[in-house]
Ligand binder design. Structure first.
Ligand SMILES: [Zn+2]
Length: 140
């Protein structure tokens, strides 16, 4: 009986973690949309940005980052808790590193992380795209 209670407890615990993650993701998306709806509309906006070379790395640990300052625990970027980054290689390849995890052989993306880093890539190609780090300054 004790064994079954432990299994039940662990099952409830794991299910609970999943639902918390789901709820936070849904809340985050909902709040982002809600905030965006407060911005002035611009119906004339119809911009297309075509990316020819895009390389996205989805990693479960910062040890897979290719930039030393973000995977080195003694470096400032690591201390700041960088969870992803984007840059453009000299050959023109757009590179994104985001965090992810796995569940039942499916890769789970940190969608917020992906959106932020994609914002950097789009800005590399179109200077009118606002830098994702400037949104607070612009009140958006
Ligand atoms: Zn950024």
């Amino acid at each position: 009986m004790k064994k079954y209670m432990s299994i039940l407890f662990i099952t409830i615990l794991l299910a609970g973690c999943g639902s918390i993650a789901t709820q936070y993701r849904k809340d985050g998306r909902h709040l982002t949309n809600k905030g965006f709806n407060y911005l002035d509309k611009e119906p004339r906006l119809n911009k297309t940005i075509i990316l020819k070379n895009l390389e996205i790395h989805i990693v479960g640990d910062r040890k897979h980052f290719d930039i030393e300052k973000y995977k080195n625990p003694k470096a400032e970027g690591y201390k700041k808790g960088v969870i992803g980054y984007a840059y453009r290689r000299k050959d023109g390849t757009n590179v994104i590193y985001i965090r992810g995890t796995m569940k039942n052989d499916k890769i789970i993306l940190d969608l917020s992380n992906l959106g932020h880093e994609m914002g950097h890539i789009l800005r590399f190609h179109e200077r009118h795209v606002l830098d994702p780090h400037s949104y607070d300054d612009w009140g958006v």
